[in-house]
Write a protein that binds this ligand. Structure first.
Ligand code: ADP
Length: 504
């Protein structure tokens, strides 16, 4: 095993990787932009290197700066986290060429599954059903040919970016004559987001469930599937709540989903941790599912799998990258109880999940048994538009789904974040709902009319008052001296904070 790891990421995932390093006795090196000079991942790492200004293109996406940080600190391996350069084959190659260990799938596998049309072909060849689609289209395809393709698929279609991710570059089309315009739009969005405007068509599956299988594959070709996660509660095709197991998956279906995921991983020459994503149609024949894509990285929602299987997925990533065998726990994963994760984003769910920025003035973190708080922020953290709005994740485990649901709900009630608007009110409404409790989920969940209606005004008047008061105190402090602040040193500060942290 290598002895030190450079973490080419920030936020909660950088902390998660640091914790895995600690567990295995590895030295953790943080890389940071100027915006993150005092970020928790920088403070907790064994060493930290500045890689550039806040803009991701000039820091977390700048390959030479990251390689130089590894060289300067004597790091032997690079863990990319998720997002940023995690699925970038050129980065994986550059890491290897610099003589470092890449903690992720080989560049060839990243290329094979990063092209979603190619991934569909691999899946089909491996005998795994894919969503009916048309792959050879482009903005140059004559409109009549596009229309004919849409009619052949029947019903609404989805234009998807071939090299896409994060729900970007997707367009839903109901009327075939609108397709040419949607293809042009999706293609130009994909070109600016991913540097490649290639698109393809899939039949739009009507309100399916999103179910995915976590796999691990060692260099020796040993593959294990760690069960499924259901991630149907989404906005803008991005996940908000994830759970394992899925309330819709029977043991027989699980076996088939796992076998399909393993077949795709093997066909792609995959190595390390990865996720194979499927849609389960609402009205399809019992037990039917379609492959949609492979996520060739550690995923945000990996903790729910960790909590039900007892496998430390990041530690397994390190083992696999070092050429070692999977751990005994991973080879024979437990399957106990149920886990649910809520992503805490700085978004105003009541305003269409509009991102919110600001300084975190106060934070009350929930506690108690079987509750996990994975966070990238603390009091004083500035939330800006430079990075993803996900601040933290709260994950609860229970013997049953209901126990996990109530525990997560209780944790969310304890959680208070003052200074930015978060989606916590959304989670409270959803987790307390009858429909969620019944497991009645699909990817259109967020659009159900009662969800919008249930959203309370997000920033409570009390919290608003605290933010204003703290900002005022900071401004009026004599000679810029430390103002009554989030640590509640002055009586006034304490009272204001108590008010802001009041549990609703
Ligand atoms: P990305 O890589 O951008 O996340 P995915 O292919 O994983 O794109 O799809 C993201 C989400 O979009 C899915 O979870 C699902 O909600 C929706 N989606 C994708 N393909 C389809 C489809 N063919 N029909 C209906 N919804 C889809």
């Amino acid at each position: 095993m290598f002895r030190s790891v450079l973490i080419a990421n920030r936020g909660e995932i950088a902390l998660r990787v640091i914790r895995a390093c600690r567990r295995l006795g590895l030295r953790a090196v943080a890389a940071y932009s100027d915006a993150d000079a005092w970020a928790p991942h920088v403070c907790l790492a064994d060493a930290a290197v500045r890689i550039g200004p806040p803009a991701p293109r000039e820091s977390y996406l700048r390959i030479p700066a990251i390689l130089e940080a590894a060289r300067a600190t004597g790091a032997e391996a690079v863990h990319p986290g998720y997002g940023f350069l995690a699925e970038n084959a050129a980065f994986a190659r550059a890491v290897r060429e610099a003589g470092l260990v890449w903690v992720g799938p080989p560049p060839e596998a990243l290329e094979a599954v990063g092209d979603k049309v190619n991934a569909r072909k691999l899946a089909a060849k491996a005998g795994v059903p894919t969503v009916p689609g048309v792959e050879d289209i482009s903005p140059a395809t004559p409109p009549e040919a596009l229309e004919a393709a849409a009619r052949a698929l029947g019903g609404p279609v989805l234009v998807k970016a071939r090299h896409g991710g994060g729900g970007k570059g997707m367009r839903r089309v109901t009327d075939p004559p609108d397709l040419a315009h949607a293809v042009r739009e999706a293609s130009s969005e994909a070109a600016s987001a991913f540097g490649d405007g290639a698109v393809y068509l899939e039949k739009l599956v009507d309100r399916p469930r999103h179910v995915e299988v976590q796999i691990l594959r060692s260099r020796g070709g040993e593959t294990v599937a760690l069960g499924e996660r259901e991630c149907s509660v989404q906005r803008r095709h991005q996940k908000l709540i994830e759970e394992s197991p899925s309330p819709a998956v029977t043991p027989a279906l699980r076996k088939r989903l796992e076998a399909a995921a393993v077949a795709v991983a093997e066909a792609a020459g995959y190595e390390n941790a990865g996720t194979v994503e499927f849609l389960i149609p609402r009205d399809g024949p019992a037990g039917s599912f379609y492959f949609i894509e492979v996520n060739a990285r550690l995923q945000v929602e990996h903790p729910v799998t960790e909590m039900v299987t007892g496998v430390d997925i990041v530690a397994e990533q390190f083992r696999i990258a070092a050429g070692e065998k999977l751990s005994p726990a991973a080879r024979k994963p437990a399957r106990r109880g149920h886990a649910i994760e809520a992503r805490i984003t700085s978004e105003d769910a009541g305003a269409g999940f509009l991102p919110s920025t600001g300084r975190i003035e106060a934070l009350r973190v929930p506690g108690g048994p079987f509750l996990r708080w994975d966070s990238g922020v603390e009091v004083g953290s500035d939330v800006t538009y430079d990075y993803d709005p996900m601040l933290a994740k709260l994950i609860a485990w229970g013997e049953t789904r209901e126990e996990a649901r109530l525990r997560l709900l209780s944790g969310l009630r304890e959680l208070t974040i003052v200074g930015v608007t978060t989606c916590v009110p959304f989670h409270l409404a959803v987790l307390a709902s009858e429909e969620f409790a019944r497991g009645d989920l699909d990817i259109g969940f967020v659009a159900r009319p009662w969800v919008a209606a249930a959203l309370r005004p997000t920033r409570s008047p009390e919290a608003e008052a605290v933010v204003t008061a703290l900002a005022h105190a900071r401004r009026s402090a004599p000679n810029g001296a430390a103002a009554p602040s989030a640590d509640g040193r002055s009586l006034w500060g304490r009272e204001a904070l108590r008010e802001g942290l009041r549990t609703p």
